[in-house]
Design a protein around this ligand. Structure first.
Ligand code: DO4
Ligand code: MG
Length: 275
C-alpha cells in the first residue's frame, strides 16, 4: 500500500485504486500502533477517490526530521576515499565502512524537506555537486520501520572532500533533501533484489544513469534504525536515508535546470528539478 500526502489530503493506493483517508493527521498515522492494519481496514470501507489526479503531491512529512547514514555501499566508500585523499580520507572512510558503528548524521529538519516535483538546490559556493539516490526508512516513535520512500541526499563533493569536518555544510543546506513521491507502507523488510535507479536529465537527454540493488547495502536497515534510536527519542517518528550506492563519474557535476529522477521498486519515481 502506498500513502500520499497531498494538497487535498492523504490518499492510500492499493492494487491500482486510490482512496482518500479522512480523520487522521500525518503525524497520527506515523505514530499509530498498527499503520498497516489501519490502512487495510480504511481501504475496505472507502470508495475509490475521484479527485486524486487534481491533488498536488507534497513531501511525506509533517514533524519528521530526516537523518542519514553514510558509506553503506562499497561504491560510496571508494568514491569518498578518492575525493578526500588529500585530507586523509584514504583511512577514515575505509574504517567507517568496516566498523560496527555506522556513520549517521542529521540531514534536514522536517520544514525543509522538498517533495516530488519540488526544486532541489546546489550550493552556490560549491563546484562539484551530485544527487544521492537513497532508500529512505520511515520509522515510528517506537523505532519500528513502518515504510519506505525514495530520497535524494544532495551533496557537495568538493566541500566534503576538502575536510571531513565540512560534512554538515556539504550535506545540510536549503533544498538539499528531497523525499517522495509516497511512502510504501510495509512492515516487512524489502527484498534484496529491490532496485534503486537514478537518471539525470539535461536538455532533454539522459546525462547520467545508474543503478544498484539492496543486495549491495552493507548494513541491515533495522540495524541502522537501531543505532539512530540509541540515546535519541523521536516523538513523531523520523526518516533515515540509508546511503547511496550510485556515484556518477568524477567528471560529472549537477547544473541548474537538471532534472533528477530516482526510482525504487515498489515505491515509484521521485522527480526534482535543480533550481
Ligand atoms: O560520509 C559522507 C557521506 C556519505 C553519504 O552520504 C552516503 O554514503 O550516502
Ligand atoms: Mg548520502
Amino acid at each position: 500500500m502506498r500513502l500520499y500526502r497531498t494538497t487535498l489530503g492523504i490518499y492510500v493506493e492499493q492494487d491500482g485504486r486510490v482512496y482518500k483517508l479522512t480523520g487522521h493527521s500525518w503525524d497520527e498515522l506515523v505514530t499509530n500502533e498498527d499503520l498497516h492494519g489501519l490502512l487495510l481496514s480504511a481501504v475496505e470501507r472507502a470508495e475509490p477517490a475521484t479527485d486524486f489526479e487534481s491533488a498536488q503531491i507534497l513531501a511525506p512529512v509533517e514533524s519528521q526530521d530526516v537523518w542519514a547514514a553514510g558509506v553503506t555501499y562499497y561504491r560510496s566508500r571508494s568514491a569518498r576515499m578518492e575525493e578526500s585523499k588529500d585530507a586523509g580520507g584514504s583511512s577514515f572512510y575505509d574504517r567507517v565502512y568496516a566498523a560496527e558503528r555506522p556513520e549517521l548524521f542529521f540531514k534536514s529538519p522536517a520544514r525543509d524537506v522538498v517533495g516530488h516535483r519540488g526544486a532541489v538546490r546546489i550550493r552556490r559556493d560549491a563546484h562539484w555537486s551530485v544527487p544521492e539516490p537513497e532508500l529512505t526508512l520511515l520509522i515510528n516513535n517506537r523505532g519500528q520501520i513502518i515504510g519506505y520512500t525514495a530520497g535524494n541526499d544532495m551533496s557537495s563533493r568538493d566541500i566534503e572532500g576538502e575536510n571531513p569536518l565540512y560534512l554538515p555544510q556539504a550535506k545540510v543546506y536549503e533544498g538539499s533533501c528531497a523525499l517522495g513521491p509516497c511512502v510504501l507502507v510495509n512492515p516487512d523488510p524489502l527484498p534484496s533484489i529491490t532496485a534503486i535507479r537514478v537518471e539525470i536529465h539535461r536538455d532533454g537527454q539522459v546525462e547520467f544513469a545508474g543503478t544498484t540493488t539492496l543486495a549491495e547495502l552493507k548494513r541491515e536497515p533495522a540495524v541502522l534504525a537501531g543505532y539512530l534510536f540509541r540515546e535519541n527519542k523521536f516523538p513523531a517518528g523520523c526518516y533515515l536515508m540509508t546511503g547511496t550506492g550510485i556515484v556518477p563519474p568524477d567528471s560529472f557535476t549537477l547544473r541548474l535546470g537538471d532534472e533528477v529522477h530516482i526510482s525504487i521498486d515498489g515505491i515509484g519515481t521521485l522527480v526534482n528539478r535543480v533550481g
